[in-house]
Design a protein around this ligand. Structure first.
Ligand SMILES: Cc1cc2nc3c(=O)[nH]c(=O)nc-3n(C[C@H](O)[C@H](O)[C@H](O)COP(=O)(O)O)c2cc1C
Length: 378
């Protein structure tokens, strides 16, 4: 553990420990992956102002996201199939986030169910909703999230049609994996992974199987999911979802100012400036480059969050400087989970916290909430 100093170190270890199919699922973007790469690269173009001889004592990274206290403004993003990076992955990541004092967001497409995660956590987590064609199933999911006392609903807007990730097609991605010769050979040399999987009953989409009509087993599941993403979804749908949910609502997947203005009119509590980690519209702008214009347009009417490409505490601070009140990490926590289970998720959060704290000090600030545009060299 002592030689793990960066998120890239966790990624290297995860590559060795997680079967190729699932490592690639995390480490991939749509088509040419240009937006996936831009999400990370564009952070490097932003520079801080270094300040000296100011009082740097008593620093704090504490903040709030949608009115909820956070030990630092970095939530875990919703990610599908997390329980395939490591056995019981969503439950472990939720526990790590809870202990760290940051929000965990459970994906609709998770392996562990809403009820599984609720059974191992004490504080409320957030639930991410995909609106699917089967409206009874969607209504039921919302009610299950309410029953589990989730404290925010994150409604994803940028996946009405699925972007293509070539690696997933080539690898024949499925959960659980198909027992082809190539998969068996790949899994056999990752004993930690398969022993964990052999010891859990959670190996397929447990929010769905047994809950959606006609999905009783894994075979029926795969045709169901591909047919279920709903191209008809519109802004009008946000209203009934908000009404049915009745709690804090976050709209995820806004990358354009016009959409941000429409989102602000819905009465939602926050938006997430996001391109789904470069997994949907290849060729779209990086999230960090889209952030400032959106924050300027709606920041006084709705809380603005962002995700995409954050690989360090410095990236978090840059996003805060450009107008985000909160941020999310997807791959950084998945790499931690794949590398070292729950400890690895905690490690990812610790790396980011340390980088934030030192950077804050060297920028001459004590409170993370004081980071603003004047902290950037432009
Ligand atoms: C493996 C993986 C699975 C994902 N699954 C979902 C999902 O089920 N729902 C969702 O809203 N976003 C999903 N996302 C997008 C993330 O919530 C988030 O927007 C993205 O990971 C942020 O970029 P980063 O990975 O560079 O931090 C997924 C991302 C990854 C990497």
């Amino acid at each position: 553990m002592s030689d793990i100093l960066t998120i890239a170190d966790l990624k290297d270890l995860a590559r060795r420990r997680v079967p190729k199919m699932f490592f690639d699922y995390a480490d991939s973007g749509a088509w040419t992956e240009s937006t996936y790469r831009a999400n990370e690269e564009d952070f490097q173009k932003i520079k801080f102002r270094q300040r000296v001889l100011v009082d740097m004592s008593n620093r704090s990274l504490e903040s709030t996201m949608i009115g909820q206290k956070v030990s630092m403004p970095v939530a875990l993003a919703p990610t599908g199939l997390t329980g395939m990076q490591h056995a019981d992955g969503e439950m472990l990541a939720a526990q790590a986030a809870e202990e760290f004092g940051v929000p965990f967001t459970l994906s609709t497409m998770s392996i562990c169910s809403i009820e599984d995660v609720a059974s191992v956590t004490k504080k409320p987590f957030w639930f991410q909703l995909y609106v699917l064609r089967d409206k009874d199933f969607v209504l039921n999911l919302i009610d299950r999230a309410k029953a589990a006392k989730c404290s925010a609903l994150v409604l994803t807007l940028d996946l009405q049609v699925l972007g293509q990730r070539h690696k997933d097609v080539r690898n024949g991605l499925s959960a659980p994996p198909k027992m082809t010769l190539a998969n068996i050979a790949n899994i056999a040399v990752r004993p930690g992974w398969w022993m964990g999987m052999a010891g859990t009953k959670r190996r397929t989409f447990r929010n769905i199987v047994g809950h959606a009509k006609g999905v009783g087993d894994v075979a029926s599941l795969s045709s169901w999911t591909t047919e279920q993403f709903d191209p008809h979804l519109s802004w009008k749908d946000v209203a009934w979802i908000k009404e049915r949910w009745g709690g804090k609502l976050i709209l995820k997947g806004i990358l354009d100012k016009e959409d941000a203005l429409l989102a602000a009119n819905t009465g939602a509590d926050a938006i997430i400036v996001s391109n789904h980690g470069g997994r949907q519209l290849d060729g779209a702008s990086s999230s960090i480059m889209a952030l400032e214009e959106i924050a300027d347009a709606v920041g006084d009417r709705i809380e603005v969050h962002m995700d995409g490409g954050i690989r360090s505490g410095q990236d978090v601070l840059k996003a805060l400087c450009l107008g985000a009140k909160g941020t999310y990490i997807g791959r950084p926590f998945l790499y931690g989970l794949g590398a070292l289970g729950k400890e690895g998720v905690t490690k990812a959060l610790e790396i980011i916290r340390k980088e934030m704290d030192i950077t804050l000090a060297l920028c001459g600030k004590r409170l993370v909430t004081d980071m603003g545009r004047d902290q950037l060299r432009r």
